[in-house]
Design a protein around this ligand. Sequence first.
Ligand SMILES: C[S@@+](CC[C@H](N)C(=O)[O-])C[C@H]1O[C@@H](n2cnc3c(N)ncnc32)[C@H](O)[C@@H]1O
Length: 166
Amino acid sequence: MGETTAEIARAHPEADFIAVEVHGPGVGSLLNRIHKESIQNLRVVRHDAVEVLERMFDDGSLAAIHLFFPDPWPKKRHHKRRLVQPAFVELLARKLKAKGLVHAATDWPEYAHHIDAVFTGNIDFEKAESGFAKKPATKFESRGVKLGHPIRELCFRRRGNAPAAR
Ligand SMILES: C[S@@+](CC[C@H](N)C(=O)[O-])C[C@H]1O[C@@H](n2cnc3c(N)ncnc32)[C@H](O)[C@@H]1O
């Protein structure tokens, strides 16, 4: 519902954040929080994250991308619906600046392996020790802990020169 996003934005006044979500109540809750807490460096887009990345940002323009608890789609026949796929990771590489960071978190161990494999399989990324902001503590993290699912955090850095901004 935006608590973590607001907290991260408040902790990093030197950076600007854009939160992307299609879930209306989550978007509304975060907009309320921005208004009540007068957060100046956070904007919200209610739209599909893939299209937002493709159309709203220049190549080589983002310092970091957070993917906190993307839907795991646990059934094998639904795996193709997962956000993290080779083409999506290529898109992230294109939009990040050189040395830009990706920080992903999931409570679904098999999705963690999948995320690791897809980023490791992309020549533009190398593993990083940590992300831009601190560990995500969303309700999906609490749910994972309650269910006994370990939370996996995966951080990657874009190598070398990012594509020239278009
Ligand atoms: C498991 S929830 C995690 C929500 C939040 N990131 C957190 O950590 O609390 C996954 C969220 O991803 C959103 N989502 C899934 N696919 C999306 C897409 N293509 N664009 C934007 N949001 C998407 C869903 O609406 C859902 O709220």
